[in-house]
Write a protein that binds this ligand. Sequence first.
Ligand code: PMP
Length: 405
Amino acid sequence: MIDIQAIRKDFPILNQKTYNHQIVYFDNAATSQKPQIVIDTTNEYYLKYNSNIHRGVHYLSEKMTEAYENARKTVKSFINAKFQHEIIFTSGTTESINLVAFTFGEKYIFENDEIIISQNEHHSNIVPWQMVCERKGAKIKVLPLQYNGELDLNAYKKLFNDKTKIVAVNHASNSLGTINNIETIIKIAHEHNVPVLIDGAQGIQHQIVDVQQLDCDFYTFSGHKIYGPTGTGVLYGKEKWLNEMPPYKGGGDMIKTVTFEKTTYNDLPLKYEAGTANFVGAIGLSAAIKYVEIIGMKNIIEYEEMLFKYLKEKISKVPEIRIYGTATNKICLISFLLGKIHHFDTGMMLDKMDIAVRTGNHCNQPTMQFYGIEGTVRASLTYYNTIEEIDYFIDSLIKVKQLFG
Ligand code: PMP
């Protein structure tokens, strides 16, 4: 079970007032707050061990390199990758997807080839693929969304042909909250010998991820959404793909030998980590993962399910609420509109009541186009949120509705 009071003490930012009331932070899908241990670990490494990794023979550099490579080990075991070198540190989900889109695209995608992505993707799992299509003359095929926010897997099966080169879908949707049936999505793609990239930006912090069991070819996530530092992220890729794909960026660390005639590239994982990495960030991310492991993903899931059930019940009783995304399997996230009130107005009024929510299209314009709306208000919760906060949020929503008539 979760000791919510103890957990909240670990997140100093939650114990402050923004205007008059203690902050209610329901914007976790945008970025999560950081536990003290993440702040302390990053501070400690800057204070005591700051030095560049991999290139030094001195004490500080060796300490930092060891901590950085241990961070890779932490990520490897958290997602149960087969090898440590299948973990590439990046600046976030966006960079991880761009890396795969570019390098996989370079090697395997050619004119008239097809890439399957879903209708409910974040722009960072759409645009990099469009860029490959522009470069290589390939096409995007869209896995359709159903009105309840679930993907249409019958339609999905019909999208494959001998031109299909890769499937890229999200684990959980940041605009609707749907947890996609990625096991089935991966299985169907593999029946056609097509690899799958999972955008795990909203999955990793709410679900148990076992990349070997899932058998996904790539899994990407951002450190800042799993309570770690900004500017950190992970690309997991099966060894076979990472070995076969060309490097992404050129520079230090990613090479073995350089002459003006020819350069040879480094082995994994450094082949994809050109330049000075965000090594202190990666160490902070590993502290965040260890913190999550201490609480336990199973406990987190159980607690968040309880919160979500309560939130769903309460919000459904708010007059004139319209909820977008009613899939059976969801993370603790609600996208909604309130009567005829503009989503920005609802968000701004809630802010004045010390509640942080997100408004707009959530970088999912095609999803908003599907519903024929401009945007929604999004409340996204995590394991440090409480029933009391939900009660206050619902009371505040009712007040917003009354104020706007
Ligand atoms: N995919 C999804 C589903 C997301 O929610 C986000 C962030 N909102 C991203 C990708 C991009 O993540 P980042 O900006 O951290 O690279």
